[in-house]
Design a protein around this ligand. Structure first.
Ligand code: 5AD
Ligand code: SF4
Length: 474
């Protein structure tokens, strides 16, 4: 299998297949392909765990599979289109192997439900993000000749007790989900509809999973949630205590618990939300050497009226206050963001505000998108998708060009520094070179010498491009 798990997972990546050994083989072979965000890749690990436990083995060869599952993303229209094309290819393979079960999982499953099953006849099985425990039974139903569907969303499913099999190939960096769903209702976003209400996972199961990962040789975990700052255990969304006999846990406290698993285990987290990120979180990052100095803080737009239309819950000034707090409390913190160009009603002035915001912050990196209208969202119901395609494209290009300038400038400022780098893998370009990341999440390529995957090495930064740093072990 071939999944590398870190934050360069984004919705544009191609689907990737996995291969794992089953525990008590039933002879059934599973082919599982994932698209979309880090959360989807993490969910695929839960799915693989559930099916391997039932005796499935996995295969990298889709034509050799009894069950083909595709874990899908709905965030933008082009993500869905790519997956539909893939489903058509699977259906061609099915002609050669008529017993093959084709199923879709994840956000598109929840969004399209019966369309894919009944009208388009592209799949036999449709399973939403909260129904993976039902997969073995649903696959049996399909084997019995029926179509099967479960897209019910849950208020409490967190898969807390399932120890995900690890699908990353390096065995050093892993994802651990801490919340599921989202209650934020950003007006452009389909996630609250496809993934349901937000719920947090028992902190002790999170700490145990991180400790197990460390024992297995992992040296970095990324704590995952749509909005990690709203993580809360034993508290209602209004902050009231549920069970007074038991302790409560917020995100800052959870991070401190995980940081204490082992000083050699690096902690990252994603995604932070500007409206909820507290100074306590920043102080926890500053206090623990093993919590990485890197924050992904999506801004979406630099204009307050636009942010209101996006229903983001903060103004430009509030966001800048959070950036100032990061820079004050965690000097040398890497900051990245998400930006949407061409959202409903975006004026040239509003677009210029996004560019000026970028100049003020100077992000290390950014994920930049053209707005794509999604069914059911607040924006679809309330606003017109009225920015012409050429203007969306032109503004996106301006945003990307400016970001590239900033990435290069920040990377150049790293030259001459000596950084602790966690060695993650052999460089795809050369067997003689290794690839790792600094605390601040900069990718570094360096000559291997006698370093191994999973080692921490001190690297002097000697050169860079806008995408990565180069260095030598010192
Ligand atoms: N169109 C374009 N980008 C979107 N995102 C979310 N929904 C949309 C949409 N409808 C982007 C946001 C979010 C990231 C995960 O995807 O920037 O932070
Ligand atoms: Fe979507 Fe907003 Fe929730 Fe992120 S915080 S998943 S953008 S609704």
């Amino acid at each position: 299998m071939s999944v590398t798990l870190n934050k360069d997972v984004d919705e544009n990546r191609q689907g990737e297949a996995i291969e794992m050994e089953g525990k008590k083989p039933t002879g059934k072979k599973l082919y599982l392909e994932s698209y979309g965000c880090a959360m989807n890749f993490s969910d695929s690990e839960v799915v693989a765990s559930i099916l391997i436990d039932k005796g499935f083995t996995t295969t990298k060869d889709q034509t050799d599979a009894d069950v083909v599952l595709i874990n899908t993303c709905s965030i933008r229209e082009n993500a869905e289109q790519r997956i539909r094309n893939r489903l058509s290819q699977f259906n061609k393979a099915k002609k050669q192997r008529p017993g093959m079960v084709i199923g879709i999982l994840g956000c598109m499953a929840e969004r399209l439900k019966k369309d894919l099953l009944e009208e388009e006849k592209l799949v036999d099985l449709v399973v939403g993000p909260d129904a993976y425990r039902d997969l073995p039974g649903l696959i049996e139903e399909v084997d019995g000749g029926q179509k099967a569907v479960n897209v019910l969303l849950s208020r409490d499913e967190t898969y807390a007790d399932i120890n995900p099999v690890r699908l990353d190939k390096n065995g050093v960096t892993g994802f651990v989900s801490i919340t599921r769903g989202c209650d934020n209702m950003c007006s452009f976003c389909v996630v609250p509809f496809t993934r349901g209400r937000e719920r947090s996972r028992d902190p002790h199961t999170i700490v145990r999973e991180c400790a197990d990962l460390f024992e297995a040789g992992y040296r970095e975990v990324t704590l995952l949630g749509q909005n990690v700052d709203s993580y809360r255990w034993n508290m209602t969304s209004k902050g009231e205590i549920k069970d007074p006999e038991k302790p409560t846990t917020n995100f800052a406290q959870l991070m401190e618990m995980v940081a204490e698993v082992n000083p050699k285990l690096r902690i990252r987290f994603s995604t932070s939300h500007p409206k909820d990120m507290t100074d306590d979180v920043l102080h926890a990052v500053a206090k623990h050497k093993n919590i990485c100095n890197y924050i992904h803080l999506p801004v979406q737009s630099g204009n307050t009226d636009m942010l209101k239309r996006m229903n983001r819950g903060y103004s430009r000034e509030w966001y800048m206050n959070r950036i100032d707090a990061i820079k004050r409390i965690i000097p040398e913190c890497g900051i990245s963001t998400d930006i949407i160009s061409g959202f409903c009603g975006e004026t040239e002035e509003e677009h210029q505000d996004t560019l000026s915001m970028m100049r003020e912050v100077e992000y290390d990196s950014a994920y930049m998108y053209k707005y794509s209208e999604r069914p059911k969202t607040l924006a679809e119901r309330k606003f017109e998708d009225d920015v012409p395609e050429e203007i969306k494209q032109k503004r996106l290009e301006e945003v990307i060009t400016l970001q590239h300038e900033h990435s290069l400038k920040i990377n150049k400022a790293q030259i001459g520094k000596v950084e602790e780098v966690l060695v993650e893998r052999v460089s795809p370009r050369s067997e003689e070179q290794m690839l790792g990341r600094t605390d601040r999440n900069h990718k570094v390529i360096f000559d291997r010498e006698d370093s191994k995957i999973g080692d921490y090495v001190m690297v002097e930064i000697t050169d860079c491009s806008k995408a990565s740093l180069r260095g030598v072990i010192v």
